[in-house]
Design a protein around this ligand. Structure first.
Ligand code: SF4
Ligand code: SF4
Length: 365
């Protein structure tokens, strides 16, 4: 069955463009998804420090206003990162959000970090996946009554592209959920960097770390993969054992997306912003030029149809900057991330019933 995907083209009229976001939410049936009194999560990505291509907070305001007008309580949210950076715990994450313009005066909503102070405030949710029978979901996402998932659509070095599905799968889980998507085993200690300060020993909730010969040692049998030590080490001496199997990664990501939506059937709307479509995601502390011209905003109640329509529209554009000369109809993300087949995420999502790859594009004038 075809799902409806609404398309608001970017025509350079920014004021009309902002008003169009509210109109799109109405067409998506926001008054049915978001009820008076709801705690409504507006899931965004605040951008890593050093990145300047994350979604502008200006675009979030019409969403917040529409949610508030329905008598619900909107809050902006994201989860802490697995790696050590400017968003690896709630205080630094909120500071980054505010430095990037996501203050109340711009967006009209407070910022709440969904997986708590240290990335471990989560709930295990049962699912029927192929890899997992249960996955970790950030508590504030789990407890929210409704959600608007707002995604900057761009490239990603393991998923090929990152859109609504990635925002759900990676962006709505805790640190443990992120670690198991990226890796099969416990983190490893870089003995050269380790100073033997012992901080990780005290932070490990499983008692899996001990100092041996003045260096940290991780007992893999006891490690539960919470990821806490990775961000707690002041010398960046504990690393993720990155496992670069894009197919497995995408399957795990999709199964976490399934968990994030469990219990919210009919209560979640999705918006993808196809503006400044960069080759890499906003977790990178750098910015690259866009690979296609600005396209517009897509909205749907179906995250699979939405991401499929988004990638199709990107591929219909002429390549620019690093993709100059790659004409309409050619695979833009395949050209940037040559070994990654982005279709795995869409196939697996459709197989698990998250939505349909078949869609009808309805353009807003
Ligand atoms: S916190 Fe880092 S530097 Fe200190 S003992 Fe642990 S691994 Fe080594
Ligand atoms: S990942 Fe968590 S459980 Fe494993 S060693 Fe690090 S802190 Fe301990």
């Amino acid at each position: 069955m075809q799902s409806e995907v609404y398309f608001l083209p970017f025509k350079g009229k920014r004021d009309g463009f902002l008003k169009g976001i509210g109109r799109m939410l109405d067409l998506l049936g926001i008054e049915k998804a978001v009820r008076p009194g709801d705690l409504c999560a507006v899931k965004v990505h605040f951008g890593e420090e050093g990145n300047t291509t994350f979604l502008r907070p200006l675009y979030v305001r019409p969403i917040v206003e529409r949610v508030r007008a329905l008598g619900a309580k909107p809050f902006l949210t994201d989860t802490n990162t697995l790696y050590k950076g400017s968003r690896s715990d709630a205080p630094s994450h909120i500071e980054t959000a505010l430095r990037h313009g996501f203050g109340f005066e711009v967006t009209g909503a407070p910022v709440i970090i969904a997986d708590g102070l240290k990335g471990n405030d989560t709930v295990m949710v049962r699912i029927e996946g192929e890899v997992y029978g249960e996955v970790e979901v950030a508590r504030a996402i789990f407890e929210a009554h409704s959600m608007v998932v707002v995604s900057h659509f761009k490239g990603h070095d393991l998923a090929g592209f990152g859109g609504a599905l990635k925002n759900l799968g990676m962006g709505c889980t805790g640190r443990r959920g992120k670690l198991i998507q990226h890796s099969e085993v416990s983190p490893k200690v870089n003995r050269r960097r380790c100073t033997g300060c012992g901080r990780c020993e005290g932070e490990c909730p499983s008692g899996a770390i001990a100092l041996k010969e003045k260096k940290a040692f991780i007992d893999e049998g006891r490690c539960t993969g919470c990821g806490q030590c990775i961000v707690m080490c002041p010398h960046k001496a504990i690393d993720i054992r990155w496992k670069r199997d894009p197919e497995i990664f995408q399957k795990k990501m999709i199964e976490h997306a399934l968990g994030a939506l469990k219990g919210k059937e009919g209560k979640v709307l999705f918006l993808n912003f196809l503006l400044y479509v960069t080759p890499l995601c906003d977790c990178w502390s750098r910015s690259d030029p866009p690979i296609v011209p600005d396209i517009g905003i897509l909205g749907s109640r179906d995250p699979v149809a939405l991401d499929q329509a988004s990638v199709d529209l990107v591929n219909a554009q002429p390549g620019i900057s690093s993709l100059e000369g790659l004409g309409p109809g050619r695979d833009k993300f395949g050209a940037v991330h040559k070994d990654i087949d982005w279709s795995f995420q869409l196939e697996h999502a459709e197989r698990l019933g998250l939505g349909s790859r078949s869609y009808r594009l309805l353009e807003l004038s």
